[in-house]
Design a protein. Structure first.
Length: 426
């Protein structure tokens, strides 16, 4: 393979600055927002608080605060697993996911209920079914808690957030199956219309929306009354999109990603960052435009679910060895986006994978190769960039140079010597 490998250009380390509104004390703010819902919590009742499969910053501290408010109202808090078909679509798999997020009865002091059976509670005028987990009928009131952010597979007035938690999360495998059976353009309508049925038929008293900034810090915690939930989510989604991280430039020859995984994005690598959907029948994004994407590893938090690997061009043997085919296939068969489970070309070492990518760019002079290296598609503050990219970054209010271009080196095992890694988060 040595004839199909070319060295990488020198890379400079830069630091990006993004808008950074943040909540200094997430637990205190959650308490304040839950107090707005407290008049609707009846003494002696049981209150189901939803917990999902996504890693949300400060989630355990916020759940503790929510549980405490419910108890002060004289009610019994119950944590309802609400993750659609994630966790393999089984109660045991859901528990494993929640355990990995430290969402346990031992940690939070409230019973955790997992469930994979659901029932129909009604239909929209055009025949969409509102599904609901059987566990949701075991409580007197429901408070969905979820992060509001842009989705990786569709765009609309609502995307990931409160409506999706109700329709897909609490909808269980039935809700997830219906959601993923429709075309992308239909999904926002489905979420809104089915949410209305759920809000009418189920004892949802309100919810708590969480927005995070580009540094994955809590930017806002907002109580939403049931009767205003959909409209307020539309507003919060619009605001959340102004906080999204981005690559330093949107046109690249190559992108190097140290880790992919479900803890970084529902698609392993965020489609909004790499500019690829690969959904049959749907148009591809026009920006960002990236010719080749190389991914070096799969996060341990993914538990082998390599959804999104089909969005990648070059990978390593280490990543492939971590893939759990059953978990990956189930996720992609549920969404019907089967190409996202296809395997890319993979190589024994990082050096071989990256130098092979460079071979595919051999017609471009090395000094003109536009290359960016990131730790994953969630944390984009620190990046390594080639000189061709560095020359474009004139806005010093957004970019600072940590160090100038340096040769890309590999150790004896063919691993990159200069790695970014995940930032330390409190």
């Amino acid at each position: 393979m040595t004839t199909t490998r070319k060295p990488l250009p020198p890379m400079a380390r830069i630091r990006q600055s993004f808008a950074r509104p943040r909540v200094e004390d997430a637990a205190a703010e959650m308490t304040a927002q839950m107090e707005l819902l407290a008049p609707r919590i009846k003494a002696g009742s049981s209150v189901g608080i939803t917990v999902g499969s996504r890693g949300i910053q400060n989630i355990c501290a916020m759940l503790e605060a929510a549980i405490a408010v419910v108890r002060r109202c004289g009610a019994t808090p119950v944590l309802l697993s609400a993750m659609g078909s994630h966790g393999g679509g089984t109660p045991e798999g859901q528990k494993e996911v929640l355990d990995s997020l430290n969402i346990t009865e031992e940690r939070l002091g409230a019973k955790v209920v997992t469930c994979a059976t659901c029932r129909s509670i009604g239909q929209t005028p055009d025949g969409l079914t509102a599904h609901m987990l059987d566990s949701a009928f075991s409580v007197d009131a429901i408070i969905p808690i979820n992060r509001v952010k842009t989705h990786t597979s569709f765009k609309g007035c609502v995307e990931s957030g409160m409506c999706k938690m109700l329709v897909v999360g609490l909808g269980g495998p039935g809700g997830a199956g219906q959601f993923h059976s429709l075309g992308q353009s239909e999904l926002p309508r489905l979420l809104v219309d089915v949410s209305r049925i759920i809000l009418q038929k189920m004892p949802v008293i309100g919810g708590i929306a969480i927005v995070e900034n580009a540094y994955e810090e809590t930017a806002r915690i907002q109580a939403l009354l049931a009767e205003e939930m959909i409209e307020r989510e539309v507003e919060l989604l619009t605001w959340s999109k102004t906080l999204m991280p981005a690559l330093p430039v949107d046109r690249l020859h190559g992108l190097i990603v140290e880790e992919m995984g479900k803890n970084f994005s529902g698609t392993g690598v965020d489609t909004n960052i790499i500019g690829r959907l690969r959904i049959q029948g749907e148009a591809e994004m026009t920006s960002p435009s990236i010719r080749y994407v190389s991914v070096l590893d799969l996060s341990d938090e993914s538990h082998g679910n390599a959804t999104g690997i089909g969005l990648v061009d070059f990978a390593t043997q280490r990543l492939i060895d971590k893939v759990d085919r059953k978990a990956t296939y189930l996720n992609n068969l549920t969404t019907t986006f089967v190409t996202r489970a296809f395997l890319p070309t993979w190589y024994d070492t990082e050096q071989e994978a990256l130098e092979t990518m460079m071979f595919c760019l051999r017609s471009i002079p090395q000094q003109e190769v536009r290359l960016v290296h990131i730790p994953n598609t969630l944390y984009l503050t620190d990046c390594l960039v080639s000189e061709a990219v560095l020359q474009e970054l004139a806005d010093t209010s957004r970019f600072s140079v940590v160090h100038g271009p340096r040769p890309v080196l590999f150790d004896a095992e063919g691993r990159l010597a200069d790695r970014i890694g995940r930032p330390h988060q409190g």
